[in-house]
Design a binder for this molecule. Structure first.
Ligand code: KG4
Ligand code: ZN
Length: 371
């Protein structure tokens, strides 16, 4: 893992505790600034909790973060063999995310910091994802292109340094993760659909269905995925013989493909191929336009094996290299928050006001304060 350039001042442990609670995972980790390594990690996923509802239920998410936050903190401290007093600062996800869920993490961070007499560092969740490839070995060097692909974001960014981000392209409607999840739902798959759709797609034919790739030749670096779910819904209607909704109907019943339908894997493979094609084509265009030779992929969709394969091959063809975070750090976790906390240690403050930012554009960030 990459060593941090930030030296640990004498007498300070350089251990940063990170708390993630923006959505459906409670994550706590300890990052050691001196070695640049994650020394302890504890994670609790709420997948089973939300699965019966087919998506994240915000109120249930908040309650579950309350249930697990302290427990996981205790677990991480024990794993590292340290006490709360040994922590130098507490980083927590201030946004973006679900307001109630964020408040739980912010409150936990402020309470621990107050009790232990330590400062806090508010962290941007997407900066956590964006910089997590720096935790891999080999790590990329600034400047690089970042493809941020999560449940709520699909962005191409030029990254010149910590807090120095220029937006190159964005989705004009749905995020890539959303496209995976909505398509999965139409295929009758459980929540969270992305990884399940990817698994089903393994045995399917990518060319079986003509799924559109909007904006593929738009000349800019933007994405559009909203049309995909309409295309999938239409295919599902065709396959199941369900009628199209009457124009102006208040609510059309959602068509669903039965689990044993023979064309299910083919449709999954075709949708996945369309999403991957769009992501890879715009990512390569960003590399060509900027002349940069490194691209990092961050966020949950970065765990997708087909995306990794296609992007790595495409980049190699133009002499560029792709960097991924370790797979465990692709989806939400406390380590990426502790890591950004370490990079922004100069911003640590004994300020225990509970402020969260459910909507917080990444572009608003600045480089860390000088020492
Ligand atoms: O970054 P993340 O864990 O949470 C957000 O900050 O949104 O991303 C979650 C998204 C979901 O849409 C999920 O379906 C998708 O990442 N995802 C995947 C895979 N693993 C997670 N999508 C496709 N293939 C995967 N293997
Ligand atoms: Zn995330």
């Amino acid at each position: 893992m990459a060593e941090l350039s930030t030296p640990t001042p004498a007498g300070q442990t350089g251990l940063v505790l990170g708390i993630e609670s923006s959505c459906d995972e409670t994550g706590v980790a300890l990052f050691d600034c001196a070695t640049g390594r994650v020394v302890a990690e504890a994670l609790h996923s709420q997948i089973a909790l939300h699965a019966p509802y087919g998506g994240v239920v915000p109120e249930l998410a908040s309650r579950d973060h309350i249930r697990y936050g302290l427990r996981l903190t205790d677990q991480a401290l024990r794993q590292a063999g340290v006490a709360g007093q040994d922590v130098q600062a507490i980083a927590y996800t201030q946004g973006p995310g679900l307001a109630g869920a964020l408040l739980v993490g912010a409150q936990l961070a402020a309470s621990l910091a107050f009790a232990w007499g330590k400062p806090v560092i508010p962290v941007h969740h997407m900066e956590g994802h964006l910089l997590s490839p720096l935790l891999a070995d080999p790590a990329p060097a600034f400047p690089f292109i970042a493809l941020l692909v999560s449940g709520g974001h699909t962005q191409l960014m030029r990254v010149n340094g910590v807090g120095q981000y220029t937006l190159l392209g964005d989705t004009i409607d749905d995020a890539a993760g959303e496209a995976f999840d909505k398509s999965a739902k139409l295929l009758g798959l459980a929540y969270p659909g992305g990884p399940l759709l990817a698994k089903l797609a393994e045995s399917g034919d990518t060319a079986a269905f003509a799924i559109p790739r909007p904006l593929l030749h738009s000349g800019d670096l933007n994405f559009s995925f909203a049309g995909l779910k309409t295309a999938v819904a239409n295919e599902v209607r065709r396959l199941t013989g369900t009628e199209l909704p009457v124009r102006g109907a208040v609510s059309a019943p959602q068509p669903l493909l039965p689990a044993d339908h023979l064309r299910r894997a083919d449709l999954a493979a075709s949708v996945q191929a369309a999403i991957v094609d769009s992501l890879v084509s715009k990512s390569l265009a960003a590399l060509r336009q900027t002349g940069l030779k490194q691209i990092v992929v961050a966020g949950g969709v970065g765990a997708n094996a087909r995306l990794r394969e296609a992007l790595t091959a495409g980049a190699a063809r133009i002499g560029a290299r792709v960097f991924y975070p370790p797979v465990a750090l692709c989806t939400d976790n406390g380590a990426m928050i502790a890591h950004v906390g370490a990079l922004r240690l100069t911003e640590a403050k004994a300020d225990y006001a509970i402020n969260v930012r459910p909507r917080w554009p990444l572009m608003e960030l600045s480089p860390p304060l000088a020492r």
